[in-house]
Design a protein around this ligand. Structure first.
Ligand SMILES: Cc1cc2nc3c(=O)[nH]c(=O)nc-3n(C[C@H](O)[C@H](O)[C@H](O)COP(=O)(O)OP(=O)(O)OC[C@H]3O[C@@H](n4cnc5c(N)ncnc54)[C@H](O)[C@@H]3O)c2cc1C
Length: 414
């Protein structure tokens, strides 16, 4: 049986590897428009490739997908993070779990992850068609005709669509697969950027750009209230970091711009109440009442942020801390517990994943085969599945790619 895997990214590579391991007699074509495999995998995790998560409990892992967690259930139990970990180690890439439970190759080099597949393919009958941009996929009798830029065609019995989403288009994942899926009868749900930084109307974050916090709680409220706690960072245009990415994922389908900003608040001290912070400040002030109020505030947060805060609250920094009224100290504490910002945009093209994709009701979660077009399989970001940062998106791609590959091998046997 001839199998054409369109897209040599995470999901396509794992689907191909699985077919090679379980049905070596298959005639396999891995089709990739770039001149190398797994371009996005290589740049993922800042080039280190956060390959999966160290969370072992599959039920917990499935809660990390704002969309598609339930659909992924079978794929995830079939190839959970622990098995992904073992699979890469068995294929010669030692991994490590970092403190925050993100998993990386010990080499901190994403190329090693893609190298596993390159090595596997070298010693197999698989044909790797690099620099082959697919332009069309048509149903031809019981099989498919894949059309390439330039007019060449390839006939196969089975197609696996793993063209990814449309984030970071320069990596080759430009959203082509959505058109192929639609031409074969599928519905594409609304698409939106997810896992992106926020740009704020306020320009003061630039003054504290680079200032980071291990834990901050970021909140927003529209029809529903969303809140997320995690690492957080000020940038020259707003805010970023895992907590912001997670919130961006929860509000992926909300409209926000200069006319309808998204009001957020940031609590830089999520583990302390206002009362506890007040007590801390008052004790510090009573021990050094002659200290300038600015320097006193700078014992709680960095001096640059203390300056921003006093400016925002129109409070003087050069007075003695002991002379500042309790009410004004409280205003500072309240500000640090709920810094108000207006989000007016996101970095276009800077998002990590695309939310939305092939409608999950049209795909069999037990096999990843289309319910509409027999012989067509999907895996990876092309589906209406997306997760938070922390290795969950690659994990989803490995798991769905594995399940698609196993299902195809099982079909060949029957
Ligand atoms: C900067 C960045 C960092 C990230 N870091 C992480 C991380 O550390 N951990 C994590 O879990 N997730 C991370 N992600 C997300 C993760 O990389 C993706 O979700 C994952 O790669 C999706 O896998 P995929 O196989 O579905 O698609 P992709 O990996 O995007 O692969 C799709 C492939 O299809 C090819 N293709 C597309 N159209 C065609 C066509 N017409 N013809 C031929 N080939 C085509 C593309 O060239 C591409 O190689 C990151 C994303 C980005 C952008």
């Amino acid at each position: 049986m001839r199998v054409g895997i369109i897209g040599g990214g995470a999901a396509g590579l794992m689907a191909a590897a699985t077919i090679l391991e379980t049905a070596p007699e298959a005639e396999l074509f891995v089709i990739e428009r770039n001149d190398g495999l797994g371009k996005k995998v290589i740049i993922s995790g800042g080039g280190r490739c956060n390959v999966t998560t160290g969370i072992q409990d599959v039920r917990t892992v499935l809660t990390k997908y704002p969309r598609g967690g339930k659909f992924l259930s079978k794929a995830m139990y079939h190839f959970p993070p622990a098995d992904v970990y073992a699979w890469f180690e068995q294929h010669g890439v030692p991994l490590k779990v970092e403190e925050d439970l993100r998993v990386f190759p010990q080499s901190d080099n994403g190329k090693d992850i893609v190298g596993v597949f390159e090595k596997l393919f070298r010693s197999s009958r698989a044909r790797i068609l690099l620099r082959h941009a697919v332009e069309s996929v048509r149903k031809e009798g019981r099989g498919f005709r894949i059309g390439f830029k330039g007019g060449e065609t390839l006939d196969v019995d089975i197609v696996v669509l793993t063209t990814g989403g449309q984030a970071y288009r320069q990596t080759g994942s430009a959203g082509d697969g959505y058109a192929f899926a639609m031409s074969l009868g599928h519905t594409i749900t609304k698409l939106a950027a997810s896992l992106n930084a926020f740009f704020t109307r306020e320009t003061w974050p630039a003054e504290v750009s680079g200032l980071s916090f291990e834990r901050a709680t970021i909140k927003t409220k529209r029809d529903k209230e969303y809140s997320f706690t995690g690492p957080f960072l000020f940038t020259h245009r707003g805010v970023s970091g895992p907590a912001v990415f997670a919130l961006s994922s929860l509000v992926a389908f909300e409209q926000y711009d200069t006319h309808t900003p998204l009001n957020i608040t940031i609590d830089l001290f999520p583990d302390e109440t206002i009362d506890e912070m007040m007590k801390r400040m008052e004790i510090a002030i009573s021990h050094a009442p002659k200290k300038s109020f600015l320097n006193m505030c700078a014992t709680v947060v960095s001096k640059s942020l203390a300056e921003v805060m006093l400016h925002q609250l129109h409070l003087p920094g050069d007075v003695h801390a002991g002379e500042v009224s309790r009410k004004n100290v409280l205003r500072c504490v309240q500000w640090l517990k709920a810094i108000p910002l207006e989000v007016v945009g996101r970095g276009a093209g800077d998002e990590f994943v695309t939310a939305g994709g092939v409608d999950l009701s049209e795909v069999d979660p037990q096999t990843m085969e289309s319910k509409i077009c027999p012989g067509l399989y999907f895996a990876g970001e092309i589906l209406d599945v997306d997760g938070y940062t922390g290795g969950f998106n690659l994990q989803a791609s490995w798991a769905a790619g594995r399940l698609a590959g196993s299902s195809i091998s099982a079909k060949m046997e029957s």
